[in-house]
Design a protein. Sequence first.
Length: 249
Amino acid sequence: MTVQIPNPLSHAYLITGGGADSRAALVKRLTAAYLCQGERPPCGRCRACRKVESGAHPDVSRTAPPPDKQEITVDQIRALRADAYVRPNEGRRKVYVIDPADAMNPAAQNALLKVLEEGPAYAAFLLAADRPGKLLDTVRSRCELLSLPPDEDPPDRSLAERAASLAELLLGGDELACAQTMVELELSKPKAEELSALLAQVERQVSRQLARHPQRGAQVLRALKAARENAVYRPGTGHTLGLLITRLF
């Protein structure tokens, strides 16, 4: 699913959801939009867009963990921060991609805060994260959230069956049965990634049944989307499932 590029663009985005490839694709589109010289960015045809596509634009900087480490260090972010105050080479903006942003250690995140808050107007920041809950509240609050829909990865049979059963229950609209099921699911203590995978499959199952349940299906999808996005900031299982039920009934 294609995510529409915001207009106007914010100075900082936190990109979550989907998979690594879909997040990287959105990062590239946003980067091109910041630097595009066409009338409707990203045009994909101008010199700047072509340079972004080839990875050769001098005003795009990427930060990732060093080859011998699992974390993005405070020294890397300090170098980024210093570079941000050097004017662009050829574009109107400088774009700083941090991927995976959830690899920044706390010291690195705190070092990033100042430039997120008070950086030059031409600096733009794209933070891609699979586990955004690992980012400090202060970092997340200074970025606009772009949450991608789940990737269409083929599920295992057990997961698909559980998702189909839960989708049928949610579409049926029995409040008591739904609440009891959510309590049972919480008590089973699924890991965050397991719950995320299950709800992603439920979302797909409901999407396929919109023709049969147009009004209820749209309501369920809105509730699932709200629960998924809220989990970025409050990833607890109980809170996620509670929000889902609250939005439905």
